[in-house]
Design a binder for this molecule. Structure first.
Ligand code: MEV
Length: 326
């Protein structure tokens, strides 16, 4: 019997890059959901079918033995294969698998890899009737993501597992849910994209050349995360907007903003947003602005006029879950 699990994408609110150095961040899960359907088959073969593969009438297929020995996976199926390997290492099984992934065609850099990895592990656990508490799904998924990407803090995996809005620190030793309402935000996609690993390397190069200065930036980001929790709690949007603007300035100082992102950020502020900043690694992808409902229309238009694509998503949505049988 096939089993389907789904997990959400994420929007980093505060603390990107600093979180790679164990500083805290705040992330919210967004309703860009990815699902993975797993079915056991008798032959020891893994078949994977993703939306991109379907578009080109392709699928991936390989003997499970090969996958378990492999470290360099084909890009289109890498996160699913790494998830299968992590699961199999802890819960060896016989036979093979037929796996299908579904989700939005454009992921906007909002955490599709971590969502697919987390959903894969949850679906495998359900398929093999293995009790996997969320903490264990998180651990397996972080290892899978690190196997593929080599770097990353794991905050995106935590968001896909637990959902809601999270405080995440110390490399995942501290993960705490925050009581936050659906946020009055507008998201703009800037289009271009540099790989997250390259941006992490770029910041690490800057850190090596200017250790005290970059450490100083991270310490201010840490302060922002603490203040932000207070403002989120009070729903003090003006206060939170200020922190977004300061955080954006610091990300610019780290060299990860782009002229396209900056254009959208400035346009949103000019149109009346409380604050605006990029979200995630930078180098492209998304920015978001915090807006009063009365200014929403003007901010949306300003983002679009400056070349952004509006992405409308709810925040603080549920984490990984098993979907009802169709
Ligand atoms: C990427 O979305 C955020 C970074 O902090 C990387 C990470 O934490 O894994 C740049």
């Amino acid at each position: 019997m096939p089993v389907t699990a789904s997990a959400p994408g994420k929007l980093m609110l505060f603390g990107e890059h600093a979180v790679v150095y164990r500083y805290p961040c705040i992330v919210t899960a967004v309703d860009l959901r990815y699902s993975v359907t797993v079915e056991q088959v008798a032959d020891p073969i893994i078949t994977i079918d993703t939306p991109v593969m379907r578009k080109y009438d392709q699928s991936f297929s390989a003997p499970i033995e090969t996958i378990l020995r492999q470290t360099n996976y084909p890009k289109a199926a890498a996160f699913v294969l790494a998830a299968v390997k992590q699961f199999h290492n802890r819960n060896p099984f016989d036979g093979g698998l037929s796996i299908r992934t579904d989700g939005p065609e454009v992921s906007y850099g909002l955490g599709s890899s971590s969502a697919v990895t987390v959903a894969s592990i949850a679906a495998l656990a359900e398929q093999f009737k293995v009790t996997a508490p969320l903490g264990e799904i998180y651990t397996m998924a972080v290892e899978a993501v690190l196997e593929v990407q080599g770097k990353g803090s794991g905050f995106d995996v935590a968001s896909a597992v637990y959902g809601g809005t999270l405080y995440f620190a110390k490399g995942g030793r501290e993960i705490e849910p925050l009581e936050v309402p659906d946020l009055p935000i507008v998201i703009g996609f800037s289009g271009d994209k540099v790989s997250t690993t390259n941006l992490i390397d770029q910041v690490s190069g800057l850190m090596a050349r200017n250790p005290e200065t970059v450490e100083g930036i991270f310490k201010v980001m840490n302060e922002i995360v603490w203040q932000a929790q207070r403002f989120l709690d009070l729903q003090d949007w003006a206060g939170l907007g200020d922190l977004m603007n300061i955080n954006q300035g610091l990300l610019d100082a780290l060299g990860v903003s782009t002229s396209q992102l900056a254009k959208q950020v400035f346009a949103a502020r000019k149109a009346g947003a409380f604050g605006a900043k990029l979200s995630g690694a930078g180098g492209g992808d998304c920015m978001f602005a915090l807006v009063d409902p009365g200014k929403k229309q003007a901010v949306c238009e300003a983002i679009e006029e400056s070349g952004g694509i509006l992405v409308s998503l709810d925040t603080g949505v549920n984490g990984v879950r098993i979907e009802p049988i169709q």
